[in-house]
Unconditional design. Structure first.
Length: 250
């Protein structure tokens, strides 16, 4: 989906496709290359990352490659020994407007939730979840980890959003907020490969997690302002299953 040019976290100015920028591999913050030389470090608060310089147009390619590498394993399912395949998880949506704006519901923890009038949480549009599925038992894996193990954060949380600088909200992504407890899975070729796989208009549907009890929530972080999301340390916002898992809003 089209989006406005990203803003530099350091100077808050737009970055053009041909501008030299620096991408932090630890927190995913993107700044102008000149801003990095002025600051001498990553612009995210308390981030020890070492940003790498590149052209702004290549950021989406690098991010997609990192996501594909994190989801390259397990090639063989530890549960049943079956073969796994790369693809994209699509949470169910019963309402028509949610089908037009696919996404996932984020429920912030109480200590990080912003003031809400009626309900806490918000809809994160365009949030596909790249991962792997076992062809035999249909167990799910995100970033190489079983889906059930992601009910709690695997590492320390970031205090501020690496995209807009707003305070990050920690909580969970609810996979059954809009459906009956099943999600779709679209087999795809990993980003950066020449393999061709077609998009399925009606994705495979199956019970969550491939085991009992099913995993209904996934721990993560989401920015209340710009909706930038992290699950298992990987950015999840803007991954469209129809675009081969590309990060089209970077």
């Amino acid at each position: 989906m089209p989006s406005s040019p990203p803003l530099c976290l350091y100077c808050n100015l737009a970055m053009g496709p041909a501008d030299p920028v620096a991408l932090c591999g630890a927190c995913w913050a993107v700044v102008h290359d000149g801003c990095l030389r002025r600051s001498g470090r990553c612009s995210s608060v308390q981030c020890p990352g070492d940003p790498a310089t590149m052209v702004a147009a290549d950021v989406a390619v690098v991010v997609g490659a990192r996501i594909a590498a994190a989801n390259a394993e397990p090639a063989t399912c530890p549960e049943c020994g079956g073969v796994t395949e790369f693809g994209c998880l699509i949470p169910p949506a019963r309402r028509l407007w949610l089908r037009r704006t696919p996404g996932i519901w984020f429920e912030p923890a109480r200590e990080s939730a912003p003031p809400a009038r009626r309900r806490s949480g918000w809809h994160v549009a365009g949030a596909g979840l790249p991962g792997r599925r076992c062809r035999s038992c249909r167990a799910l894996y995100l970033a190489g980890l079983p889906l059930a193990s992601l009910r709690s954060p695997p590492g320390p949380a970031l205090p501020y959003c690496p995209r807009c600088g707003a305070p990050f909200a920690s909580g969970c992504f609810d996979l059954r907020r809009y459906g009956s407890g099943a999600v779709g899975f679209v087999p795809q070729a990993p980003p950066g490969t020449s393999e061709v796989r077609g998009y399925r208009a009606t994705p495979d549907r199956f019970a969550l997690g491939g085991g009992a009890p099913p995993a209904a929530t996934i721990a993560g972080q989401c920015c209340p302002r710009c909706r930038f999301s992290l699950i298992a340390g990987l950015p999840m916002l803007g991954l469209d299953p129809r675009s081969g898992g590309s990060c089209d809003n970077w």
